[in-house]
Write a protein that binds this ligand. Sequence first.
Ligand code: ZN
Ligand code: ZN
Ligand code: ZN
Ligand code: ZN
Ligand code: ZN
Ligand code: ZN
Ligand code: ZN
Length: 218
Amino acid sequence: MTYVLEGHEHRVSDVNEGFECDACNRSYGDGYSCGECKFTIHKKCVFVFNIQARINHPSHDGHSLEFLTTGAPDHTDPKCHLCGKNTKRLLYHCYDCKVNLDIDCIIDSLCARSDLNMEWHHHPLLMVDLKASLMSCDFCHGTSKHGYCCPRCRLVIHEGCVSVFESPEIIHPSHVRHPLKLISSGAPDYTDRIRLQCHLSMEVMIIIYSTSNNDPVT
Ligand SMILES: [Zn+2]
Ligand SMILES: [Zn+2]
Ligand SMILES: [Zn+2]
Ligand SMILES: [Zn+2]
Ligand SMILES: [Zn+2]
Ligand SMILES: [Zn+2]
Ligand SMILES: [Zn+2]
């Protein structure tokens, strides 16, 4: 099965776990790959295709940064001009300066300039079209409508699902390092996804009480 990924000229196909993401460099979970560009990207990271039009990095005022999907151009330093990390297949390139920027540095600047601040999350957020950007809500798994996206945490949630964050924070013995929020329903695969989210972001973790017993699934 292939999909149209908004912001990309080729159709992408599903890939299962065991790949290294060309946007964030981590390996976990499922993703999409483009056979022509030879990049693989987490389902959680596809928002980078959605934000590309808005990029105008303060370190390159007046220069246009172009989103590339096939790695650093020949004869350029593949290291990120800002943080020095190696870039992968997905990166931004400044044709004026002939330098490359990795996705993390782009996300940082994007967050720094977003003014969509919500009480329930301590990073600035972006509004995204879930359907066009092939993303799903972390709470209900729905893939339609619009929602909020925190690019740093890879958190995606519908406007209507935000009330989940109004539940009180608790400190659970299984996870004392971060405050947790309690949800009363959900499926096991959802648990995994959220737990993963937490370990990446160190911010959001949701414990789900299974319907068959009252022990939290930790
Ligand atoms: Zn990724
Ligand atoms: Zn492609
Ligand atoms: Zn960087
Ligand atoms: Zn430049
Ligand atoms: Zn939702
Ligand atoms: Zn966040
Ligand atoms: Zn955690």
